[in-house]
Design a protein around this ligand. Structure first.
Ligand SMILES: *Cc1c(COP(=O)(O)O)cnc(C)c1O
Length: 383
């Protein structure tokens, strides 16, 4: 069964059938927000659209939420990674180590600076297998970008030891992992830079594209503020060349409205994932990824390994469950990465995952009825 055939069937299904369990919950998240509209109305009257008061308020709340001294709002999660790498001084030809199975944005940010992504395979946590990092380090390695994929966390205890030994700075791609932690230390606080996305499909979102970088280093903070705003010190003085990468103040108003719910959102996702773990664990054909005790996983994606995955996906779609695959083709095998000259099998764990993973909706707006229905359908499929 080709992936495109599944896609086609899924499209037909949307036309003919109402989905019983949808993937995107955005219409629910903002269905009841009269108070937000009131805030926006007031905001619009101020005309404070760029680098406004509401933005600084949001940055303060975000850094407090994550546990760093500073935060800098930027226009996307991609730019959050790119600007952080820029502060480190990444230049064309430098090597940047990252995960082989990430979302394209991580790799895009590295390539935009002319640097070369050096991939490391993942383990069954979906994050970079840190045991494989050391042999990828060369004289050209100038940064490591671990991706806390799915809301799991990369083993930062071990990775930091390696980075320290070779004096290589780290930028955490924390785009999927707001409030994930190891030993209660949050994702984004394990290195000099934590890059977050505020894209509509991320756990905290601001209606359209947005991103934010956390750091506790004052020098990095000042540098990031220059980079996101053309390198302007003030209206008339340009210190460095930079970007137009400000987070819109209008979006910060949305962020300020949503951020008090951040912990509740994370906890609800964890609760839902625990429900699925329990409901699916006795199905022989399904295996649940490792759940380490000292790791808090926030389940931006809820993924399990499934036998007969393609058939299961097709079955779920037919039953009105919008299951997905993140992702069917690992980054290293994408046409855009041809210049790296990798071949099929270079990253065997990512390849195995691409064939066996399936993602189910796990968000805070799912009902118990919908969750029971997912468990029932998966159970029915195998029996
Ligand atoms: C969402 C995401 C990003 C950044 O994406 P933007 O759309 O630019 O906000 C980066 N890395 C990962 C792993 C992501 O999921």
């Amino acid at each position: 069964m080709s992936f495109f055939l599944i896609l086609k069937e899924w499209t037909i299904l949307i036309w003919h059938n109402k989905l019983k369990v949808r993937y995107s919950y955005l219409s629910q998240q903002f269905s009841n927000c009269d108070d937000l509209w009131k805030n926006l109305k007031q905001f619009v009257k101020t005309g404070d659209f760029t680098l406004g008061k509401e933005l600084f308020k949001f940055e303060k709340s975000f850094s407090k939420l994550i546990g760093t001294k500073y935060a800098v709002g930027v226009n996307s999660g991609t730019d959050a990674i790119k600007l952080s790498l820029k502060v480190i001084g990444i230049r064309p030809g430098d090597e940047v180590i990252t995960a082989a199975n990430t979302f394209v944005a991580t790799v895009g940010a590295i390539c935009e600076l002319g640097a070369i992504p050096i991939f490391v395979d993942c383990d069954d946590s979906f994050c970079m297998d840190v045991n494989l990092v050391e042999k990828k380090i060369t004289k050209k390695t100038k940064a490591i970008v671990p991706v806390h994929f799915t809301g799991y966390m990369t083993n930062m205890i071990k990775l930091n030891k390696i980075a320290k030994k070779y004096k290589i700075p780290i930028v955490e791609d924390a785009c999927q992992s707001i409030l994930a932690s190891i030993n209660n230390k949050n994702s984004g606080t394990w290195s000099d830079f934590g890059a977050f996305s505020l894209h509509p499909l991320k756990n905290i979102n601001v209606w359209s594209d947005g991103g934010i970088i956390v750091t506790s280093n004052k020098k990095h903070y000042e540098h990031l503020k220059l980079l996101r705003n053309h390198g302007l010190v003030d209206r008339d003085n340009v210190k460095i060349t930079g970007y137009n990468s400000r987070l819109d103040t209008l979006q910060a108003v949305v962020g300020n409205w949503l951020i008090p719910s951040a912990k509740k959102i994370a906890n609800k996702r964890i609760e839902n994932a625990n429900f699925f773990d329990k409901g699916l664990k006795n199905i022989e054909e399904i295996s649940i990824p490792p759940r380490l005790k000292n790791y808090k996983i926030v389940y931006h994606l809820y993924i399990v390994f499934a036998k007969k995955r393609d058939e299961l996906l097709k079955y779920c779609l037919k039953k009105g469950i919008e299951a997905k695959i993140h992702y069917p083709i690992p980054m290293y095998r994408q046409p855009a990465m041809k210049f790296l000259k990798h071949k099929m099998g270079d990253f065997p764990v990512s390849d195995r995952h691409a064939k066996s993973i399936i993602s189910f909706p796990c968000d805070q707006h799912l009902s118990k009825k919908q969750m029971n229905y997912i468990v029932k359908c998966v159970t029915d499929f195998y029996s």
